[in-house]
Design a protein around this ligand. Structure first.
Ligand code: NAP
Length: 276
């Protein structure tokens, strides 16, 4: 069965499906089969990055899909070593070349890398790329409030989206409030806590009440809370499982129960203030 995924509007007039498919750690060889299965299951947004090393395989699948390119939403990201104006323009060209696409729907700065002192210049390059039609929408990833204020203050251009680590044990309430204030969509990376949170008894109990898995409860919590989630799986059965979250609703009590799972030490990935 093909699931239909609702979209969320950006501040630039474009929109993106609220659930997409992440392809981090999918090898170039396995990516085409897995991404093809995802598209057939109903995923319309694919999240890759230059550093994932699978843009060519992802692009081949997108170009060969039975779904029209205009119905698919492709995100890729500029890696840390390509920050700075000229390097970023070259990196975007290289990504589009590997994908075999004239444009992507969303181009992100992968990490701010504050010690490199290049993220404002890199943001200006993304603005250039958008004006040139190489990318439809532009955004960032792993930016903190300070980084967001810097780029908005210096360029006047607000990112469409900030892709950040976010899952039931690490909910990022204060950064989400900043996004709401600035008009930035929040996208959750590692929305399942890389699978490590799925044995949480609260998720299991809520799942049992709905006849759903803990992963489905977690993903429903993301989309019901106005977030975009991009779960990754290389397991065919889980591709269908993870998108089947639009035909049930969590009660306010269940949403509050998951809100209470937030933990101060819940971060799994690197700290954006020091990484890169
Ligand atoms: N911007 C950034 O810095 C950044 C960083 C990290 C990730 N991301 C993006 O976010 C995407 C998702 O993050 P992620 O891959 O780190 O973590 P994730 O999606 O939270 O979790 C993926 C893990 O959970 C397992 N899993 C998936 N569905 C499951 C299910 N229904 N039941 C049980 N286990 C399940 C997967 O196993 P199997 O594959 O074996 O099924 C895999 O080990 C990435 O692919 C990437 O696109 C971005």
């Amino acid at each position: 069965m093909t699931v239909s995924v609702p979209t969320l509007p950006f501040n630039d007039g474009h929109a993106m499906p609220s659930l997409g498919f992440g392809v981090y750690q999918l090898g170039e060889a396995e990516a085409p089969d897995i991404v093809g299965r995802a598209i057939r299951a109903g995923y319309r947004a694919i999240d890759t990055a230059a550093i994932y090393g699978n843009e060519a395989g992802v692009g081949r699948t997108i170009r060969g899909a039975e779904v029209a390119r205009s119905d698919l939403f492709v995100t890729t990201k500029v890696w840390n070593d390509a920050q700075g104006r000229d390097a970023t323009l070259r990196a975007c060209d290289a990504s589009l070349g590997k994908l075999g696409l004239p444009h992507v729907d969303l181009y992100l700065i992968h990490w701010p890398c504050p010690e490199r002192k290049l993220f404002v210049e890199t943001w200006r390059a993304l603005i250039e790329l958008r004006e040139a039609g190489r990318v439809r929408s532009i955004g960032v990833s792993n930016f903190t409030e300070d980084h967001l204020e810097r780029i908005v203050g210096e360029t006047g251009v607000v990112p469409a989206l900030n892709q950040i680590e976010l899952h039931p044990h690490f909910q990022q309430a204060s950064l989400r409030a900043v996004h709401d204030r600035l008009g930035i969509v929040t996208e959750s990376w590692s929305p399942l806590g890389q699978g490590r949170e799925l044995d949480d008894p609260v998720l299991a109990a809520i799942g049992a009440a709905h006849g759903r898995s803990p992963a489905q409860v977690a993903l429903r919590w993301h989309v019901q809370g106005g977030l975009i989630a991009i779960p990754k799986t290389a397991t065919p059965a889980r591709i269908a499982e993870n998108i089947a979250v639009f035909d049930f609703t969590l009660t306010p009590d269940e949403m509050a129960g998951i809100a209470a799972l937030d933990r101060p030490g819940g971060r799994i990935g690197p700290d954006p203030e020091t990484f890169g």
